[in-house]
Ligand binder design. Structure first.
Ligand code: GLV
Ligand code: MG
Length: 346
C-alpha cells in the first residue's frame, strides 16, 4: 500500500489482506487520528491503571505495556489488567495500543492470543518489539489474521515495529513494507544501544562525551575551544524516516528516559519532528505536553506555509517572499505543514 504525500499522516486506507474463509467483511475506512504521543502505562500496576480514565482524554495514544519494564513474574497480571482496562474504559477518540513481549520470549504467543480474542475490537495497534526482519511481521500478521477471524474482529488491528536491533536497522525497509497492516515504526534507543555495544547507560537522548570540538585557533592554541554535542540517533532516525516514507507508514522517536530533563527531551523530540517523525513515546505525564507542543506545527510556521501556498497560485513556478525563493518543491513542503495542522484541528 502506498500513500500520497497528503496521506502520510494517516494509516493506509485499503490495507486489509484476505482473511480466513468465512471471516466477516472488514471495515476499510481509517480516518485520521493523531498520534503525537504514545503514552506508556503498566496495566498490571493498580495505581497506574486507576489513572487511565483521567489520562485518556489528554493523549492521542494510550499504550498498555507488557514488555520491558514489566517484571517477568508480573507478565500475566499486566496482560489481565490490560484486558480489564480495555473492556471497562471509554477511550473516546484516544487510540488504545499495546506493546507485546518480544517474539523470542515465552509470553508473546499468549499476549496475542489473549488480547486479540478478548479485546481485539478495542485495540488499534500492536507494537512488536525487537523486530529483526520482515519474517517477524509476517508471523504476527498471520496470527493476528487468524485470531481476528476467530473472534469476529471486523476492524483490522495494525502493527508497529520497534527498531532496536542492528539486524532490524539493516532490514528497516523490508520491515516497513512487510505487511499492509504496518502502521509505523519507533526508534528503540535503549535496546539498540545495548545490542550495538554502544557505551551508554541511558534511555535515548544525548551523551555529554559524544561531541565535536572546534579546531584550535591559529596563534591561540591554548584558547578555549567550543564543543558541540552531537545527536547519537540522527543516523538511525533518518534511515527509519526514509523507510517509512517510502512505504507510506509513520515514523516515531521512541522513549526519553531522563524524565527530569524536559529541555533535552523537547530538543530530542523536535529533532525527530523536523526530520519527519510524527510523534514520540511519553513515559511520564510531563512528557505528554512536550510531545503535544513539539509534534503540532507551530502557528507561525503554519501561517508562513499558508502564505507561501497562497503566493504560489497553482503551485508551479517561482516567487520571492521576504527575500526567500519559493518554488514547486517549497509548496510541497508547506503543504505537509498545513495538512498536518488541519488534520490536528479536525
Ligand atoms: C525501547 O524499547 C528501547 O529499547 O529504547
Ligand atoms: Mg526496547
Amino acid at each position: 500500500v502506498r500513500c500520497e504525500v497528503g496521506d502520510r499522516v494517516r494509516a493506509p486506507k485499503d490495507f486489509f489482506r484476505p482473511l480466513a474463509v468465512g471471516a466477516p467483511e472488514p471495515v476499510r475506512e481509517v480516518p485520521f487520528r493523531p498520534s503525537r504521543m504514545i503514552h506508556f502505562f503498566d496495566p498490571g500496576n493498580p495505581r497506574m491503571a486507576a489513572k487511565v480514565p483521567d489520562i485518556a482524554p489528554d493523549v492521542d495514544v494510550l499504550l498498555g505495556n507488557l514488555e520491558d519494564a514489566v517484571a517477568a513474574d508480573r507478565k500475566e497480571a499486566a496482560r489481565a489488567g490490560l484486558v480489564e482496562i480495555a473492556r471497562g474504559t471509554d477511550f473516546g477518540e484516544t487510540q488504545l495500543w499495546t506493546r507485546i513481549n518480544s517474539l523470542d520470549s515465552p509470553w508473546a504467543l499468549d499476549d496475542l492470543l489473549t488480547l486479540v480474542t478478548e479485546v481485539g475490537d478495542r485495540l488499534d495497534v500492536i507494537m512488536v518489539p525487537k523486530v529483526e526482519g520482515a519474517e517477524d511481521i509476517h508471523y504476527v500478521d498471520r496470527l493476528v489474521a487468524q485470531l481476528e477471524a476467530k473472534a469476529g474482529v471486523r476492524r483490522p488491528i495494525l502493527l508497529h515495529a520497534i527498531l532496536e536491533t542492528p539486524r532490524g536497522v539493516a532490514s528497516v525497509e523490508e520491515i516497513a513494507g512487510a505487511s499492509p497492516r504496518m502502521q509505523g515504526m519507533s526508534l528503540g534507543p535503549a535496546d539498540l544501544a545495548a545490542s550495538r555495544r554502544m557505551k551508554t547507560t541511558r534511555v535515548g537522548g544525548g551523551h555529554p562525551d559524544y561531541l565535536v570540538r572546534q579546531d584550535p585557533q591559529p596563534g591561540a592554541a591554548d584558547a578555549p575551544r567550543a564543543v558541540f554535542q552531537q545527536d547519537l540517533w540522527h543516523y538511525t532516525i533518518a534511515r527509519m524516516v526514509d523507510a517509512c516514507a517510502a512505504h507510506g507508514i509513520l515514523p516515531y522517536y521512541g522513549p526519553f528516559g531522563d524524565i527530569k530533563d524536559t529541555v533535552a527531551c523537547e530538543d530530542q523530540f523536535r529533532n525527530a519532528f523536523l526530520l519527519g517523525c510524527v510523534g514520540a513515546w511519553s513515559l511520564h505525564p510531563v512528557q505528554i505536553q512536550i510531545a503535544k507542543k513539539v509534534f503540532s506545527p507551530a502557528p507561525a510556521d503554519v501561517a508562513w506555509a499558508r502564505r507561501v501556498i497562497a503566493a504560489m497560485g497553482d503551485g508551479t513556478g517561482a516567487v520571492m517572499i521576504d527575500g526567500k525563493m519559493q518554488d514547486d518543491a517549497t509548496v510541497k513542503q508547506c503543504r505537509v505543514v498545513v495538512e498536518l495542522a488541519d488534520a490536528l484541528v479536525t
